[in-house]
Structures are given as structure tokens and as C-alpha cells.
Ligand binder design. Structure first.
Ligand code: GLU
Length: 593
């Protein structure tokens, strides 16, 4: 096992600053954060939008030095692994959507975590009863083979122009020198104090005498800097077949839980062979046409592309309206219908037969759309439809699906370069803080992505998302690129569990149907209808006109944390991040006008 990052000069600096620390946290004064976060930037020469100022800065630097959108996306993602370690990192997975300007084609990488080969459909069931969800999250059992390192390597091999070592160098520097802790980081650490306290490795890294770091202090993660160095020098194979692979397996099989911890931490099933056989897969994107635009998304095992795409098709099947209330009413209804179909039909296509083509067909959308009334909301949950290729008037309902989980973790970034290449990349470790376990001495958390499986059958014997050997759990991540006549118009995405789908959809509706500017479309109050009795809505969302149509509402303080880029007719780009959600994001361009 490697030495922890308490040793050496970092500690010396910290002690010299008279701040008693047990982690890589130092006072802020020596490390002013360059530039404040701005959520909107307009310019040329390329752009980066992320949730974090350091990640955006590192991405922009890569572009400035001649790197392309893929190089910048990997560099920014690696930096998010440092500054947003509870949302993403090399212990997790994600989905990468790329527009290649030279060939005018869209490509995707499925970097989803996979289940171990020994996982069974009842692996989350004990004595006939599903394991409590929180127990499953904080366990070895929830850990899938990380897909993020393989995604980075694949993206760089396919379309990048710099080495992994170079792509990681900015992030490595941020990890080594430190970044200034903000309120969001403190809040996210606070939410994890009980879990992190249970594992020495996690407490050592993220807590100081059992508590989160202070706002304004500098947080260093020297272990992660060393891990990035190692991956840069030896390649990501180190994490799949090398020493790091052995350490991950050991951590999963024997979680480093403290002896007197009150938590029940189950060991996991992951073996070295599972890591060794992992591949990030190049997949065909999903594609639907909407209002004359081509909307590209992520295919299964993500339900992002199919669900956003089906909902857009349903909206387009309805007669045109300019009425704002009707537009939002339809948005909610189309979401519910598409979610019913998602729950019933979408899973890992290597294991279940997903009727993707039919789910995205205009015929099926027409059949689903005929259920939407202009004057009253459907009673939820609605039943799944029959994407069977035979479409007539509204058919009798089939089985009913529901939607539960919605996380606050994950992160989305969007990049573009001067050549017109574009990346929309969403990555995650699933829950905020993943499974709560830092690989000892390595500086990163493991994912709990396998809790994205349904623990028991939710679909009357037809659940496409039960656990299985080597299976990838269904995701909601929806990195999306929209083309107008073959060239990019929009790129966007968001975190937020299954609300990712509705956030992406609502931003598209806001921008394309309600005519908002992209920054207004991102900032606007959100509502999410995922086939549940009540619509969840942020406080600012105007509910009254929709209540009049029969929609009922429940409060959700904050939905999603999007980033997006719009490509404008004059050749400039508009990069957009959240103005306030999760503390606000950071948009940057290479050259300002
Ligand atoms: N694991 C979730 C998914 O793949 C994302 C988690 C989140 O955004 O909170 O859909």
C-alpha cells in the first residue's frame, strides 16, 4: 500500500501556516483562485462549460495551447475528479458524445461501469428482502468496474491530439497545489461525514478531525496527483490490470471499515478478471429529428437518448402551439409517457432486447401523443406503450412503471474547439460521494453505480434493469448534441439521476419552443415529471396554470446542474453554466470579442 499524502512538503506548508490539519487542507491566502466563476461567456476559438472554475480554466488552457475539444474535455473531466470528487472521478463512469467537424459525424463512448461476472439478479436481495438502499450504496457490492479511465483513453486515441499524460497534467497540478474550498464542497462533504467517518481512507482524505474543511481553505489531494501521474506514465491499464487493479479489488472485497463503525458494510463481488475485461464501447448515437434539427444522444445502456428522443417525438406529433402553458403541459405529459416506456423497455442492450428503433419511431410517438389532452393532465403513473411497429389509435394500456431515485451527484461538461469539434460529456460515481470508500492511498472514491439496477423486478417479470453478470446498469445520463443542417447548434447535459432526462428536455423546450436564450433556458425554474403522481418542481416554477389542468406538484429545492454551448450564426459561441444551482458553474471561451 502506498504512503498517505500526510507525508512530505505538503504537511510542512500546512503546519507552517499554523493550521492544524490531518488532510491536504491549507489556508487560502497563498492560493487565490484565478478568476471568479462566470456562468455565461461569449467568444471564439473554442469554449468550455463545467460546474467548476478550475476545470473550465484547465480545459481552456488546453484549447489555447492548440488542443482540441476532446483533449479539453478529458483535461476538464480529470480536473473535476479533483475539485468535484464526490460527483465524478476515475472510480466511476460516464457517457461521452462527440461531434467530429472533419467528417460531420457524431460518435459516442459508453464508459458505463459493469457488474462483476458473479453478480446475479438477486445479488441485492437477502432472505427474500431487498437490502436497504443506503446499505447497498455504502458497500463493496455496489461497485462496478470503473469506465472513466478507459473512456478518456478511448476518446484520446480516437479523436484527441495529446497524450493522456498531457491531458492529465493540469488536473495533476490542481491536485498537487490545491484548490480553494467553496460552500458547495463543504456542503457535499458534510452530507457524507457519517459515511466517510466509517472508512479510514475516506476520513483521512476528506475530513479534518472528523469534520469537513473550512470554506476558503486549500484542499490538496496528493494521492490523486500521484495516481494521475501513474496513469499518465503507465497508461490506464494500470487501473485495469496493474497494481491499482489489485488495490481496487482488495478495497471492494474487504472494505477498509473502521472497527467500531455502526455501518453494515457488505463486501463486493468484483474480481481482477472483471477489471481486466472492461472496455469502453463505441456506440451509435441515438438520433431524432425535432423541428428540422437533428438531436443526437446516448444510446442504451443509458436511457438518456431514447427517453429525451421519444419525448421530443411525442411533442412534435402534437399540433403546433405557441401557448406557454400548453407547451409546459405537453412537456410534462410527454416526459411521463416516455418514462413509462423507459422503465419497461430500456436496459443493457447486451443482455436485454431494447426496441430502440421503435421507441424512437414517429409511429410510436404518434400513438403515445394521442393520449395527451389539451385540457386535463393524465393520471400518473401512465402505462407503458407497445413499441411493436403496429401503430393505430390509442391502444389499451399495458403494464405500469414508476420512477424513484434522483441523485444530486454526477457532473456534465461541454467543450468546443476552433475547428468546430464538440463534446458533451456526463460522468459520475452515482451517489454524492459514490460508495463512500476511498481506495487507500490513491485519492479517489469508488462508484456505487450498481445501485442503478433495480433490486427486484418492477415490471411484472419483464424488468430490463435487474442486476446480471457483466451487465451495465441503466443510466439516465443524457449528453446531447443538436445539429442544424449538419453543423452544431447546441450541446448540453446535466447531472441529477433520472431528472437528467427532464432537465435536458426542458432546456431544449425552453430554447427551441419557448424561444428563450440559452442562458435563460438553463437558468429557468425546472419541473420534472417522471411518471409519478406529482410533478416535482423548483420553488420558482410557475405552477398555477398547470395546476388548473390537473397537474399536482411536490417541492424539489434544486433540479440538475446543466452546462451547454450554443453555436451562433456569426461564428461565435455562447458557453453557459448554472447561475446559481449547486453554487453556480463556470463558462469560458478562448477569445473574447
Ligand atoms: N447514476 C445516475 C445515472 O447514471 C446518475 C446519478 C446522478 O446524476 O445523480 O443515471
Amino acid at each position: 500500500m502506498r504512503s498517505s499524502r500526510h507525508s512530505g512538503p505538503v504537511l510542512a506548508v500546512v503546519v507552517a501556516a499554523a493550521l492544524a490539519v490531518t488532510t491536504g487542507i491549507a489556508p487560502a491566502a497563498a492560493h487565490p483562485r484565478p478568476g471568479d466563476k462566470v456562468p455565461v461567456a461569449v467568444g471564439t476559438g473554442g469554449a468550455v462549460a463545467t460546474v467548476d472554475a478550475d476545470a473550465t480554466r484547465v480545459g481552456i488552457e488546453v484549447l489555447r495551447k492548440g488542443g482540441n475539444a476532446v483533449d479539453a474535455a478529458v483535461a476538464a473531466a480529470a480536473t473535476l475528479g479533483v475539485t468535484e470528487p464526490f460527483s465524478s472521478g476515475i472510480g466511476g463512469g460516464g457517457f461521452f458524445v462527440y461531434y467530429d467537424a472533419a467528417t460531420r459525424t457524431v460518435h459516442t463512448i459508453d464508459g458505463r461501469e459493469t457488474a462483476p461476472m458473479t453478480m446475479r439478479s438477486d445479488s441485492f436481495v437477502e432472505g427474500g428482502v431487498p437490502i436497504p438502499f443506503a446499505d447497498a450504496v455504502t458497500s463493496g457490492l455496489s461497485v462496478g468496474v470503473p469506465g472513466t479511465p478507459a473512456t478518456w483513453q478511448t476518446a484520446l486515441d480516437q479523436w484527441g491530439s495529446i497524450s493522456l499524460h498531457k491531458a492529465l497534467s493540469g488536473a495533476t497540478e490542481v491536485a498537487r497545489r490545491g484548490f480553494v474550498v467553496d460552500q458547495t464542497f463543504v456542503d457535499q462533504t458534510t452530507a457524507n461525514v457519517a459515511r466517510f467517518s466509517a472508512f479510514r481512507s475516506s476520513a483521512d482524505l476528506f475530513l479534518r478531525r472528523g469534520a469537513p474543511p473550512a470554506v476558503g481553505s486549500v484542499f490538496r489531494n496528493r494521492d490523486l496527483a500521484d495516481t494521475y501521474d501513474l496513469l499518465g506514465r503507465k497508461g490506464v491499464g494500470e487501473l485495469y490490470t496493474g497494481r491499482l487493479a489489485r488495490e481496487i479489488v482488495q478495497t471492494v472485497q474487504r472494505p477498509p471499515v473502521r472497527r467500531h463503525s455502526p455501518l453494515v458494510v457488505r463486501p463486493g463481488l468484483l474480481e481482477r478478471a472483471d477489471l481486466a475485461s472492461y472496455t469502453a464501447l463505441l456506440r451509435q448515437p441515438t438520433l431524432v429529428s425535432y423541428r428540422g434539427l437533428d438531436v443526437y444522444g446516448m444510446a442504451p445502456p443509458s436511457s438518456g437518448g431514447s427517453t429525451v428522443g421519444e419525448a421530443l417525438n411525442i411533442l412534435e406529433a402534437l399540433p403546433a402551439t405557441t401557448d406557454r402553458t400548453q407547451t409546459l403541459h405537453r412537456y410534462l405529459e410527454a416526459s411521463a409517457l416516455a418514462f413509462a416506456d423507459r422503465n419497461r423497455y430500456v436496459g443493457d442492450p447486451a443482455v436485454v432486447q431494447v426496441p430502440l428503433q421503435e421507441l424512437l419511431s414517429d409511429g410510436f410517438a404518434g400513438e403515445r401523443a394521442c393520449q395527451i389532452s389539451a385540457t386535463s393532465a393524465l393520471t400518473k403513473p401512465v402505462a407503458a406503450g407497445s413499441p411493436d411497429g403496429v401503430y393505430g389509435p390509442c391502444p389499451a394500456p399495458a403494464t405500469v412503471g414508476t420512477e424513484g431515485s434522483d441523485g444530486q451527484s454526477t457532473t456534465h461538461l461541454t467543450t468546443a474547439d476552433r475547428w468546430g469539434n464538440v463534446v458533451a460529456y456526463t460522468l459520475t460515481i452515482e451517489s454524492l460521494g459514490g460508495n463512500g470508500i476511498v481506495v487507500p492511498g490513491r485519492g479517489f472514491l469508488l462508484n456505487n453505480e450498481l445501485t442503478d439496477f433495480n433490486f427486484t423486478d418492477t415490471q411484472g417479470g419483464n424488468d430490463p434493469n435487474l442486476p446480471g453478470p457483466g451487465k451495465r446498469p441503466r443510466s439516465s445520463m443524457a449528453p446531447t448534441i443538436v445539429l442544424a443542417e449538419g453543423t452544431p447548434l447546441l450541446a448540453l447535459g446535466s447531472p441529477g439521476g433520472s431528472t437528467i432526462i427532464t432537465t435536458v428536455l426542458q432546456i431544449l423546450v425552453n430554447r427551441l419552443d419557448l424561444g428563450m436564450t440559452l442562458d435563460a433556458a438553463v437558468a429557468a425554474p425546472r419541473a420534472t415529471q417522471r411518471n409519478t403522481a406529482a410533478v416535482q418542481a423548483e420553488p420558482g416554477f410557475d405552477r398555477a396554470p398547470l395546476q388548473a389542468l390537473g397537474h399536482t406538484f411536490a417541492d424539489n429545492p434544486e433540479i440538475g446542474a446543466a452546462t451547454a454551448i450554443e453555436f451562433r450564426d456569426d461564428g461565435s459561441v455562447l458557453a453557459v453554466a448554472e447561475p446559481t444551482r449547486r453554487g453556480g458553474g463556470s463558462a469560458g471561451v478562448v477569445e473574447r470579442p
